[in-house]
Write a protein that binds this ligand. Structure first.
Ligand SMILES: Nc1ncnc2c1ncn2[C@@H]1O[C@H](COP(=O)(O)OP(=O)(O)O)[C@@H](O)[C@H]1O
Ligand SMILES: [Mg+2]
Length: 339
């Protein structure tokens, strides 16, 4: 495969399953996407749709009882002729450890899952730096301070000496972001990083991400259940439902021409400032993807479904316009729902 200069990451037909006593749970089944250089790919879907399992799998972090059954993950670091084949790297190998935190970093919804409660912020950032970059302690300390300034932490010299529990939720999220970015990764994976924060702090963190993306020239994979956040951060968007990508397009197209009924329902559920009525929630719940038949999995919740079709076969992916892919029978033959 050629080292394509436009995208930094390509994921092809990724399947990740959990093996439970009550059956095989297909958390991710056949996911495809690309991440462009210095752009943000948003991944959106309700809770349980496979977003976090997708994120972990990119770094070959295999959760207990799970296995990546199929798929290819190509990373194209600039200046390198051949892409790195992450799917071939053993989850405990030296090669993938060199990728984690170094070429690709990840931040999580709850900073306490990746910050240690018993070490100061300074020691944690310094350790992240010396682990991945050949820097001595003094240099590492300088970078740690710079990073805290970059992520907008007030009184950074003082903060360096503090422990995570001494910081507010927003400050902890910033400290974790500083740690994740301290090695200048090509890609930052942010898995619902603002969900636990109030809206004002969330808005500040989103602004911060946009600034950092520009100054560090990195790509971001931003995971959220919130279409409002997608509108703020994403260039391209992957909409996931039950382990599959159901719609994939650029963010403008998604907002003016959402085609999958699931995407349309997510958009109808966004709160609007000028709207005082009841929000339209999507009817029904996300089921567990265990022993599901090979049909459209959104069928039971869809108000546009075609009886005898959507509950009989799995819809293929249709390209409805350039760069716009939809996994839905309404678009069979390129006609769209009205024609
Ligand atoms: N550690 C785990 N063990 C077993 N099943 C899991 C685990 N993590 C996630 N799953 C299952 O995988 C599916 C996808 O989960 P996840 O990727 O966490 O969803 P999301 O991040 O979109 O909310 C869900 O059905 C969830 O129950
Ligand atoms: Mg998640």
């Amino acid at each position: 495969m050629e080292n394509n200069n436009e995208n930094i990451l390509q994921v092809q037909n990724m399947h990740v399953y959990f093996y439970h006593d009550h059956g095989v749970l297909k958390a991710v089944s056949g996911v495809n996407f690309e991440v462009d250089k210095q752009k943000t790919l948003g991944i959106v879907g309700e809770s349980g749709c496979g977003k976090s399992v997708t994120a972990h799998s990119l770094l070959r972090i295999m959760l207990p009882r799970s296995k990546m059954e199929q798929g290819k993950i190509y990373l194209n670091p600039p200046g390198q002729k051949e892409p790195l084949k992450l799917h071939q790297m053993h989850p405990k190998s030296k090669n993938i450890r060199r990728v984690r935190g170094n070429l690709i970093s990840m931040i999580f919804q709850e900073p306490m899952t990746s910050l240690s409660p018993v070490h100061t912020i300074e020691n944690q950032i310094k350790e992240a730096i010396t682990l991945h970059r050949e820097k001595d302690k003094k240099e590492a300390q300088k970078i740690a301070l710079e990073m805290l300034k970059k992520v907008g932490i007030s009184d950074p010299e003082q903060r360096l000496t503090e422990y995570p529990h001494q910081l507010s939720g927003g400050m902890r999220q910033r400290a974790m972001t500083a740690m994740a970015l301290s090695c200048n990764p090509y890609i930052l994976i942010a898995d619902e990083p603002t969900t636990a924060l109030d809206v004002t702090v969330q808005a500040q963190i989103l602004d911060l991400m946009a600034d950092l993306q520009k100054s560090l020239a990195m790509s971001i994979i931003y995971i959220t259940h919130d279409m409002g956040v997608i509108a703020e951060v994403a260039d391209e968007v992957c909409v996931m439902y039950l382990g599959k990508v159901v719609e994939y397009t650029d963010v403008d197209t998604l907002f003016y021409n959402a085609q999958h009924p699931y995407t349309q329902s997510l958009l109808n559920a966004i709160p609007r400032m000028d709207y005082e009525g009841r929000l339209e929630a999507i009817k029904g719940r996300v089921p567990e993807p265990v022993d599901l038949p090979e049909v459209c999995h959104f069928y039971p919740r869809c108000d546009q479904s075609i009886e005898g079709k959507c509950n009989q076969e799995e819809p293929p992916v249709f390209q409805t316009e350039e760069g716009h892919r939809v996994k839905c029978f309404l678009y069979e033959g390129g006609s769209g729902p009205d024609g």
